[in-house]
Design a protein around this ligand. Structure first.
Ligand code: ARG
Length: 608
């Protein structure tokens, strides 16, 4: 629901135990203490952020304006700039900070102490890139969740990509993650599918039919269902028999589900997606129990309306239909049963539903019902719809094939691989790479680009699917980042430094041995230190484009560094000097990128 201040509970919920290299966090603490010291009688939060323009410093504190207002209310008249200056005075000398400046409006501009940043960087080089330490939680991510019989479409692909990446992020901070495929494998549509199966493959029990195109099979049966009263009647009979678990009908149902699951699994395998099936059919008995439970414990919650059993959760305009007039259950019933199961049986602290924005009303109504019945308190458990926009074609309309059909995902992935192959040839990579290396690169580029294009766009907005754009190696794309990454790794190879010698250098590295004083070196270092802030932010927002932006900036800063600073210095007489401290910067940059690729589900390619 809009307008509710969800962020407050979210921040409490993600409990950070160790902020790692976070400069932002340390600065926030410094200013918290300073504000307290300067104004012990008023309470005001330290508001810190990165500056938009680096001329104004690395970070800024925006607390003085609001604080001046607050002071006026208690009879103290001070200009924001005066307040800002008093905060600065209270900060005094701090090893984190080189200088502080007050802007005309009362912003405090913070210039970091470079030595402090370098020391933090050395720590990372020695210990390896680590994520902030966060109190462990048990999280369920409901994602992908296609419907059987209707083929998985690009909307499910978005859910698959976003959900997998969220799960990877949560795993990276050591959460226990349940990756759940809430597939639509139950419902009245199976009646017509089974009836059609009996007609088309009468011997299906003994002679397993090969249904290659389930989509066509679905269409055929739907057509008959809509046009043929006799068939429709039989379809309903099949539903009843299936619900009564008559073995033959269960077998028919399993057969149809398997065809669909096999296809989906091919998509998951290609995209390195791990997910566990726990679909709607799992809740058959649980829905019956749920209705009994509701009638006994929450009868006040239910109403009968034209033969249907409905419920109006607090604050919701549209009721949930928990039992249809024919006695059947609905999508509402199964989701209500699933929510209960997730909370009480799977005992999750956090449930994430990665589903298109179109289902927002449905899900919010389910969550409201859960809260009404006291299943969970929003300040203790986070149950949330992680919504995403539509996938559009380049014509800005719903993504379809030229002939107006839904795009088959395997075809789409094939096309991606073909386009990636062309791109690699265009760049002359086929001349320097082996066939085996090319195959690895082709797939990494194709699948990486599809994922990155999705994740780098603001999740809640619609996004335009365009191979041309996602394979552009000059933009904010996976190809660009994969190239940047491979180049950094290749610098390391070219330097030809013995690994033991390198490790020894890193072990003994300290502020005095690292003359990292070029502006581009320092900017890159400061960016490396921001990783933990980005991670903490995304745990609150679940907006992965922040991580993409972070990576893109990193690649850009690296290029600036590389253009300005020689890692391998070729002397006139032909000898080469390797600047080890810069090699260390290359190595840490690549290691950070590698961690980020992993969260985005993108395979890295060491050579490209
Ligand atoms: N099968 C649904 C669809 O394709 C998505 C299910 C999402 N998860 C849920 N618990 N409702 O639209």
């Amino acid at each position: 629901g809009g307008g509710t201040p969800k962020l407050a509970t979210k921040i409490n919920y993600v409990k950070v135990e160790d902020y790692g290299s976070s400069i932002l966090y340390r600065l926030t603490e410094v200013f918290r203490v300073a504000i307290n010291k300067a104004y012990p009688n008023v309470e005001w939060p330290p508001l810190l952020q990165e500056t938009a323009n680096r001329k104004h410093g690395d970070y800024q504190c925006n607390s003085a304006m609001g604080l001046a207002n607050k002071l006026r209310q208690v009879g103290v008249n001070k200009k924001p700039t005066e307040v800002a200056q008093e905060i600065c005075d209270a900060v005094g000398q701090n090893p984190l900070i080189k200088t502080l400046g007050v802007s005309q409006n009362g912003f405090i501009n913070i210039f970091l102490d470079d030595n402090h940043s370098i020391q933090q960087f050395v720590q990372i080089a020695k210990q390896g890139v680590q994520f902030p330490k966060i109190t462990k939680r048990r999280v369920l991510v409901d994602f992908s969740s296609p419907n059987i019989a209707k083929e998985m479409h690009v909307g499910h692909l978005r859910s698959t990509i976003i959900g997998d990446s969220i799960a990877r992020l949560l795993e990276a901070v050591n959460f226990e993650v349940l990756r759940i495929n809430h597939i639509g494998d139950w419902g009245t549509q199976f009646g017509m599918l089974i009836a059609h199966l009996y007609d088309k493959y009468p011997d299906f029990l003994t002679n397993l039919p090969k249904i290659s195109d389930l989509q066509a099979f679905y269409k055929e049966s739907k057509k008959r269902f809509d046009e043929d009263e006799q068939f429709k009647k039989r379809a309903y009979e099949c539903v009843v028999k299936l619900q009564n678990k008559e073995p033959e009908f269960v077998k028919a149902w399993t057969l149809i589900c398997d065809v669909s699951k096999r296809y989906n699994q091919m998509v998951y395998d290609r995209l390195d997606i791990k997910i566990e099936d726990l679909g709607e059919s799992f809740y058959q008995d649980k829905m019956i129990e749920l209705i009994n439970f509701l009638k006994q414990k929450h009868s006040d919650f239910l109403k009968e309306e034209e033969g249907r059993l409905v419920a109006f959760p607090t604050g919701c305009d549209i009721p949930l239909t928990v039992v249809k007039s024919d006695g059947g259950f609905t999508y509402d019933t199964s989701d209500l049963a699933a929510l209960k199961y997730r909370i009480f049986d799977q005992k999750v602290d956090w449930a994430i539903y990665v589903v298109d924005s179109g289902q927002s009303l449905h899900l919010e109504t389910i969550y409201a019902a859960g809260r009404d019945m006291g299943w969970y308190k929003p300040e203790e458990k986070r149950v949330e719809h992680v919504a995403f926009g539509l996938v559009l074609g380049e014509d800005k309309k719903k993504f379809k094939t030229r002939s107006g059909e839904t795009v088959r995902l395997l075809d789409l992935l094939d096309e991606g691989v073909k386009r990636a192959a062309e791109k690699l040839v265009e760049k002359g990579r086929d001349k320097v790479m082996t066939e085996e290396e090319l195959k690895v690169a082709r797939e990494a580029v194709a699948y990486g680009c599809i994922k990155y294009a999705d994740l780098s766009h603001t999740r809640t907005q619609d996004y335009v699917f365009s191979f041309d754009r996602m394979l552009d190696d000059r933009g904010n794309t996976a190809v660009y980042l994969l190239y940047a990454y491979a180049r950094i790794r290749s610098i390391f190879r070219t330097a030809n430094v013995n690994q033991d010698a390198y490790d020894a250098f890193v072990r003994s590295a300290s502020l005095d041995t690292l003359p990292l004083n070029m502006p581009t070196e320092q900017r890159l270092i400061k960016h490396i230190l921001k990783l933990s802030d980005v991670i903490i932010l995304i745990l609150e927002t679940l907006m992965l484009h922040s991580l993409c932006d972070y990576m893109y900036q990193m690649a850009t800063l690296f290029t600036e560094f590389y253009n300005e600073c020689k890692v391998i210095d070729k002397k006139k007489d032909g000898t080469e000097i390797v600047n080890m401290h810069r090699l260390m910067l290359c190595d840490v940059t690549a290691n950070v990128m590698s961690k980020c690729f992993n969260i985005l589900g993108i395979r890295e390619v060491p050579k490209m």
